[in-house]
Design a protein around this ligand. Structure first.
Ligand SMILES: NC(=O)c1ccc[n+]([C@@H]2O[C@H](COP(=O)([O-])OP(=O)(O)OC[C@H]3O[C@@H](n4cnc5c(N)ncnc54)[C@H](OP(=O)(O)O)[C@@H]3O)[C@@H](O)[C@H]2O)c1
Length: 307
């Protein structure tokens, strides 16, 4: 009988594979690292807060006693930090099998990164765009590599306004709209990256995933205020655990049957919970002009030009 559900038990042996996960100290990223490590991968947890990272590393080592896991500093809201991470990585390692661009912030008030980018687009997309480019040689040095970008059902709330990409001075900004834009950008980036890998005959694949509704730290800052106090506990009851939420990420990263452009999400009602299936993203994410435009503006803004 055909197997129904893809689970962590389907993750193949990952001995000899090197995997970088951003935002690895918490939630989906942490759960994914645990499974990667348990299957024998060498895992690099790329984290912005050294104390939180040390706590997560200790927990992971205790959960997977023979884990081969290292922590490296990475703050995606700082181009200098992204460059420093890439420099340190490239000086230490020759190749990278999987890059999981997982770190994210959600629905935060208007603000700017160190480099003056709107915070959600800057962290969730531009930081990862630059990181991917700076690690490209390492990805090319692996026999078959993958880049996995973590999006969200909220990409459907986003639009690309290239005349005011950063909600300059907070104009037209709402926390949800800006989060949606950053998550739409994750998908536009995935599809353009895959196009460029193919155009350059590079043996690397770009895929995407989303975790549905998963109980993590992502919405903790929304808990203040009357709505958060009432809504958050109810919403958390409807969510799945971070271990289930990590399955679409794991599938995109290691399922031998997955290919470039695949997008995985939970299979349950409204893709909020459940085992991972191949899913589709909205038509805005397939706008080829916006894919190219976002790529070009991301190169200009970050100064990282590739492919
Ligand atoms: N949970 C859900 O229901 C859900 C739904 C759709 C999409 N997602 C996506 O899933 C991904 C993982 O989120 P999660 O739910 O696991 O949330 P989480 O538990 O809050 O984890 C997010 C991770 O990103 C890190 N991070 C935030 N800003 C960073 C920066 N500037 N530089 C480096 N790392 C940074 C966080 O570090 P700190 O611990 O230091 O803050 C944390 O490790 C995100 O891309 C999110 O958009 C989640």
């Amino acid at each position: 009988m055909a197997k129904q559900n893809w689970t962590a038990a389907d993750v193949p042996d990952l001995s000899g594979k090197r995997i970088v996960v951003t935002g690895a100290n918490s939630g989906i990223g942490y759960e994914a690292c645990k499974v990667f490590a348990a299957q024998g991968a060498e895992v690099i947890m790329a984290c912005r807060n050294p104390q939180k990272a040390a706590t997560a590393l200790a927990a992971l080592n205790s959960a997977v006693p023979d884990a081969n896991v290292t922590v490296m500093d990475l703050d995606l809201a700082s181009q200098a930090s992204v460059q420093a991470f890439a420099d340190a990585f490239n000086a230490t390692y020759e190749s990278l099998d999987v890059l999981v661009n997982n770190a994210g912030i959600m629905m935060v008030p208007y603000g700017q990164t160190e480099d003056g980018y709107e915070r959600q687009l800057g962290t969730n997309h531009l930081g990862h765009f630059a990181l991917t480019g700076l690690l490209l040689d390492a990805l090319k040095a692996a026999p078959e590599s993958r880049v996995v970008n973590i999006s969200s059902g909220a990409h459907q709330m986003g639009n690309m306004d290239f005349d005011n990409l950063m909600y300059a001075a907070g104009k037209d900004y709402t926390p949800l709209r800006a989060y949606g834009r950053s998550k739409l950008a994750n998908l536009l980036f995935t599809y353009e990256l895959q196009k460029r890998f193919e155009a350059h005959n590079i043996n690397c694949q770009a895929l995407a995933a989303h975790p549905g509704g998963s109980n993590t730290n992502l919405g903790n800052h929304l808990a203040d205020g009357i709505i958060g106090k009432i809504m958050m506990p109810i919403m958390r009851l409807m969510m799945q655990g971070a271990d289930m939420g990590a399955l679409p990420t794991l599938r995109a990263a290691v399922d031998p049957d997955a290919v470039g452009r695949d997008y995985f999400g939970p299979s349950g009602i409204m893709e909020m919970t459940g085992y991972p299936k191949k899913t589709s993203s909205n038509s805005a994410s397939h706008n080829a002009d916006h894919q190219r435009q976002l790529w070009e503006v991301s190169e200009q803004l970050t100064g990282v030009k590739y492919l």
